[in-house]
Design a protein around this ligand. Structure first.
Ligand SMILES: [Zn+2]
Length: 290
């Protein structure tokens, strides 16, 4: 079989030429351009087997449904959008999920969402300017968002994989690189990092008004701690009351506030991720199980 002869795509069976196909892992044949358009822009199809690609396309079909039924109908005023140099993120707090905006995404068949609780951490990245066209220090800066991911890396040893099936682990993507500026001397994030800091409870208002406010009511972290402590006291109070009154209603109240306490305490420890998990699970269950 010559280099330029047509071969069938392992996924759809159409015969494809040399320029419109990519080789799958383990010499399992080829995937055509059209089938690759059904895959996420964040995976390398050359690292997947035929069965894995088929699973991945099913995953993308579900993501597409999630996007059109849960994200798209949201009032645009409730979406926080940070897009520069045609790439960025759109956050939908009410479903605790975000979308990556990019020129590549427009060429894909399916839309996909990421969950807030899949974000492990994030940090700025810098690409040194090696060309002579610019006197600026960096040719590109941006933010790398590291996700909890349950997939092994390409070429990594077989073995147990953490987080399989856990919905706060992304099944495919380990990191997202989001460029925010080109030809600059310093990191510039157009509010994106501030927004993430706010989501995960790291944000402190550095303005004069902010510092006056926090001198009265404490920092965000202190407020969160006070709220968790107050809920804990309420849970204990209701529990004591239910013991005295032997009332079902009081017992129920104490269970409820104990739940709230547990959630607030978890949020404090996990940067609000406990709440984001709850919200995103409810949304996915609603869309996929109907
Ligand atoms: Zn195909």
């Amino acid at each position: 079989m010559g280099l330029f002869s047509k071969v069938p795509c392992a996924i759809c069976g159409n015969n494809v030429g040399f320029l419109s196909r990519k080789r799958l892992v383990n010499k399992e044949g080829y995937i055509c351009k059209e089938c690759e358009k059904k895959c996420s822009e964040f995976i390398n199809v050359g690292h997947f087997t035929k069965v894995e690609i088929e699973e991945h396309i099913k995953y993308m079909e579900k993501q597409n449904k999630l996007y059109y039924e849960a994200f798209e109908p949201i009032d645009k005023r409730h979406i926080s959008r940070f897009v520069s140099i045609s790439t960025g993120l759109e956050f939908a707090d009410e479903i605790a999920m975000f979308k990556v905006v990019s020129p590549k995404a427009n060429k894909k068949v399916y839309q996909e969402l990421f969950r807030y609780d899949q974000i492990n951490h994030y940090e700025p990245y810098y690409k040194e300017n090696n060309g002579s066209n610019s006197d600026k220090k960096y040719s590109e800066v941006g933010l790398t968002i590291y996700l909890n991911c349950s997939r092994r890396g390409f070429g990594e040893a077989e073995g147990s994989v953490t987080g399989v099936g856990a919905r706060n682990f992304h099944p495919y993507v380990k990191e997202l690189q989001i460029p925010t500026a080109r030809n600059v001397n310093e990191f510039s994030h157009v509010g994106l990092k501030d927004y993430l800091d706010k989501l995960f409870g790291k944000y402190e208002d550095n303005s004069v008004i902010g510092s006056i406010k926090s001198s009265f009511v404490g920092t965000n972290k202190e407020r969160a701690e006070m709220k968790a402590a107050a809920e804990g006291l309420k849970a204990l109070g209701n529990l004591a009351k239910s013991k005295i009154t032997k009332s079902e209603e009081d017992a129920e109240k104490s269970r409820e506030s104990a739940e709230t306490f547990k959630n607030d305490a978890l949020d404090l420890a996990t940067g609000n991720r406990a709440t984001y998990t709850k919200i995103a699970n409810e949304v996915e269950d609603r869309i996929w199980n109907k």
